[in-house]
Design a protein around this ligand. Structure first.
Ligand SMILES: *Cc1c(COP(=O)(O)O)cnc(C)c1O
Length: 229
């Protein structure tokens, strides 16, 4: 068995163990394979194991891989910070954007989404720990931004994405994840199509699942350590 296959199986095992420990229904947590910095061949190997959803942070690198892997019918999620001059390419080539955090970007993604494609699925990124340096909107602004997104018919609001600040303990991790889960519930009450709470990465996926995550974004634990950029 290859290393990637072993790691892929380990991740699925950890997901299903965490789901049942949390007394949640099976198959309620999806795996997003975060493939930034990895070449198309590495993604192809993971796709051959049955993985369809891939997350990318850097546009040009992602566009090259989307083209190289066009034969595979993969689902592409943009998860990096978005500059407004990149919205045309993002709207034209991705299935999801998880890092939407302001009205201007929402409007531009809507304007640039080709008519030939289904509405672009979007998650609002929340700056859950209110860090100065982080992308994401504040919790206070969530419903205002959600209302605006809901008024744009080329966008489909699917949920929330969070990247918490590094924490000293599992208890502290849980506090951030639980706040995100509460916001997710509020959003779902107003917009019933909302079904995605994207939280949890290689180091904290079990805790995120315990707190209600529906999608974990896994890079290192699947592909291995990335080169420092
Ligand atoms: C890189 C990245 C991940 C994956 O992180 P790992 O620790 O490698 O699993 C998840 N989410 C976002 C937004 C990322 O940029």
């Amino acid at each position: 068995m290859t290393d990637v296959k072993k790691r892929f199986q380990q991740i699925h095992h950890e997901i299903s163990t965490s789901v049942s420990a949390a007394q949640r229904e099976p198959q309620t947590v999806q795996l997003l394979a975060v493939s930034k910095t990895w070449p198309a061949d590495a993604l192809r190997e993971v796709a051959a194991l049955g993985q369809r959803q891939f997350g990318e942070n850097y546009l040009q690198e992602a566009l090259d891989k989307i083209e190289a892997l066009a034969d595979l019918n993969l689902e592409w999620h943009f998860i990096g910070p978005i500059q407004s001059n990149k919205t045309r390419d993002i709207a034209g080539h991705f299935d999801w954007v998880q890092s939407l955090d302001r009205e201007k970007i929402a409007r531009r993604l809507h304007e640039h989404r080709p008519d030939s494609l289904a509405p672009l699925n979007v998650c609002i990124q929340i700056n859950i720990d209110e860090e100065d340096s982080k992308s994401g909107t504040s919790a206070d602004n969530l419903l205002t931004l959600a209302d605006y997104i809901a008024s744009l018919d080329k966008l489909c609001l699917r949920g929330l994405m969070v990247i918490p600040a590094p924490k000293q303990s599992v208890e502290e991790e849980k506090a951030s994840f639980s706040r995100a889960y509460e916001l997710f519930q509020q959003l779902r009450q107003k917009y019933p199509q909302v079904d995605t709470l994207s939280m949890g990465m290689s180091s904290d996926m079990s805790t995120a699942i315990a707190c209600g995550s529906t999608m974990v974004r896994i890079g290192t634990a699947l592909f291995g350590q990335r080169d420092k950029r």
